[in-house]
Write a protein that binds this ligand. Structure first.
Ligand code: HEM
Length: 422
């Protein structure tokens, strides 16, 4: 059925809608973006913000935009980051293939894909298990602790560093840069001056550091991703140094922050729904499918943007070429038209391969579909498995744990929990 035509010539004026937009797109109210998303979704499939962005609320429209080439990820960077001028763009936001379209996107993505084959991810399992056990043992020894600090950040950080080839002594530095870049994904107008400065500094820091590492690898290659890519770069027709640096940084930041946030918010969901933990304890075969349900409910990447490449109508609005749109992943993933009882945490939702639930948008769709999805899901699966095996009782020590102010890449600041050995 065609979506009803809505008048999008002027921004929505309804105070309830304006409040919901402010809650959803501003740094406050991060603990619950789903209530304002529901208000917007129930009010209509498309809304125009006071600063002129169209927001899509429904699964069907969001999925359609992400999965067709009528929409590009390359042209809408200025929509989120208007303060980045063409002159300083290379320094501010290195253009990785995340913001490219074919043929450049295909050329670069294919290179990195070689480092993320299913075989390669399966080979990582024993190392992820070993590290997860160590982290959980340390946490158990502490009794009460911050799960974000002791597990959610170190697990994906160490795995990403080992995979890419970042040495131990740099873990603290790359973690800080990564956090500053993740915050910088938010729309510039929501960011304080110090966050914009921190983003630029992180970008420059990362590029200088990876340039140094690549020089070392060229002279003395190992089996990490940096070595593989540095050898490709030597054939200048395939990969320039700028593209190579951008690829390394994106793969690192995209993989580290997002997975840490899934672990934090996913565990919060489970601790608030302990019957789901009991169910997985009784039926361990459900554990493998649980991370998908947790990411559906708590997508680490809450929103993304695209620009039309040709005239196209979505949700009743006629988009002109170059016109941008905001895809509300957080709203689409909670749309009752796509997911029955959408706010319920149900670890069985993705467990039946014969009757799978609809694909959620937490890893996007189409040509930019997340390259690291199998790795992120595996890390979360192994963590649940280790916790259920080693931990008897788990308790939430703060009913309302604090969230970071990040809008696009959303996650917890801390999660105080108490664990007792099994
Ligand atoms: C829970 C964890 C993760 C989430 C929620 C996530 C989410 C996403 C999303 C939504 C996109 C597409 C953005 C868009 O279409 O606008 C994406 C792309 C990407 N992700 Fe992930 N990601 C996660 C983990 C990882 C990991 C572990 C890696 C690698 C180590 C990774 C590497 C990438 C790369 C390289 C892209 C760009 C793909 C392209 O443009 O073709 N991600 N991710």
């Amino acid at each position: 059925m065609a979506a009803p035509h809505v008048n999008t010539a002027v921004a929505d004026q309804d105070p309830a809608i304006l409040t919901a937009m402010a809650q959803l797109l501003g740094p406050d109210g991060r603990s619950d973006p789903y209530t304002p998303a529901r208000v917007l979704r129930e009010a209509g499939p498309i809304h125009l913000t006071p600063i002129g962005h169209h927001l899509l609320t429904r699964y069907e429209d969001c999925a359609a935009v992400l999965s067709t080439t009528a929409w590009s990820h390359a042209e809408e960077a200025g929509m989120m980051h208007p303060t980045v001028s063409p002159e300083n763009a290379a320094e501010e936001l290195p253009t990785s293939f995340l913001w490219m379209e074919p043929p450049d996107h295909t050329r670069l993505r294919n290179l990195v894909t070689k480092g993320f084959t299913p075989r390669m991810v399966t080979r990582l399992r024993p190392r992820i298990e070993e590290l997860t056990e160590q982290l959980v043992d340390t946490a158990l020894a502490a009794g009460e602790f911050d799960l974000v600090e002791l597990i959610a950040y170190p697990l994906p950080l160490i795995i990403a560093c080992e995979l890419i080839g970042v040495p131990k002594e740099a873990y603290g530095q790359v973690h800080q840069w990564s956090q500053d870049l993740a915050r910088g994904f938010d729309h510039d107008y929501t960011l304080p001056e110090e966050s914009l400065k921190a983003r630029s500094a992180a970008s420059r820091g990362f590029m200088g550091y990876f340039r140094e590492l690549l020089n070392e690898r060229r002279a003395d290659p190992t089996d990490d991703l940096l070595s593989v890519l540095s050898l490709v770069e030597d054939r200048g027709d395939v990969l320039t140094e700028q593209e190579l640096l951008a690829t390394c940084i994106t793969t690192f930041v995209a993989g580290h922050e997002t997975t840490a946030n899934l672990i934090g918010t996913g565990m919060l969901r489970l601790l608030r729904n302990p019957e789901q933990l009991d169910l997985m304890r009784a039926r361990p075969e459900l554990i493998a499918a649980a991370p998908d349900e947790l990411l559906r409910l708590e997508p680490s990447v809450q929103i993304t943007t695209r620009a039309a490449t040709r005239p196209i109508t979505v949700a009743g609005h006629d988009f002109e070429p170059g016109e941008g749109v905001v895809v509300l992943i957080n709203s689409a993933n909670h749309d009752p038209a796509a997911f029955p009882d959408p706010d319920r945490t149900d670890v069985t939702r993705y467990s039946d391969p014969m009757n799978p639930a609809k694909k959620h948008l937490g890893f996007s769709l189409g040509i930019h579909y997340c390259l690291g999805a199998p790795l992120a899901l595996l890390e979360m699966e192994i963590l649940i498995e280790v916790l259920l095996r080693k931990v008897g009782a788990m308790e939430l020590l703060s009913e309302n744990p604090p969230f970071k102010p990040n809008v696009v890449i959303r996650g917890l600041e801390s999660l105080r929990v108490g664990f007792k050995p099994a």
